[in-house]
Design a protein around this ligand. Structure first.
Ligand SMILES: [Fe+2]
Ligand SMILES: [Fe+2]
Length: 175
């Protein structure tokens, strides 16, 4: 039985993950409109990962026989001044989500809900990777802001479209 306090916090996090999805779609569309297909593809794929995160949380609540409420989400930022702005925004977002995930771990622990705490551990590890990826990418776009093809080449080389599946990842609902 998941702690009610944790269940309500996890429902809020589902909204945050869906909002992250929408934000990354907006970033992808911006780059697509600028004919930067590698950056666009990278953000389209990131968006799908955020949707998966939301759906993993939905599956956990279903499995725990807890209430799940599919939320509306805050509108993302659309329209960016330059090639750097979407990545800077993405890094801010990942840092914020890391705080949210850590807050959920703390909540589960305070409630003595060890099952929920264990569920959250995968997300703790995932956030380390996501913050590292975005902060590396920010360094690259800042360095090569006047040479977008360098950035495109970096993405093609370091973040190819097909990345390996993580067998330790929680199951997303419906997948
Ligand atoms: Fe996420
Ligand atoms: Fe993320």
């Amino acid at each position: 039985m998941a702690a009610p306090n944790f269940v309500s916090r996890l429902n809020e996090q589902i909204a945050n993950e869906f909002a992250a999805h929408q934000q990354y779609v907006a970033c992808a569309v911006h780059y697509d409109g600028e004919t930067l297909p590698q950056l666009a593809g990278f953000f389209y794929r990131q968006a799908l990962e955020e949707r998966d995160h939301a759906m993993m949380m939905v599956q956990y609540l279903l499995d725990a026989d807890a209430d799940v409420v599919i939320p509306g989400v805050a509108a993302p930022q659309n329209g960016f001044d330059d090639i750097v702005a979407p990545v800077a925004l993405a890094l801010d977002q990942e840092r914020r989500v890391t705080d949210q995930i850590n807050g959920l771990v703390a909540c589960a622990r305070e409630e003595g809900d060890f099952t929920s705490e264990q569920f959250m551990h995968w997300f703790v590890k995932e956030q380390v990777e996501e913050v590292a990826t975005m902060s590396d990418l920010l360094r690259v776009v800042e360095r090569s802001r006047d040479d977008p093809m360098e950035i495109e080449n970096f993405i093609a080389r370091e973040h190819p479209a097909v990345e390996g599946d993580d067998p330790t990842a929680p199951h997303p609902a419906g997948a």
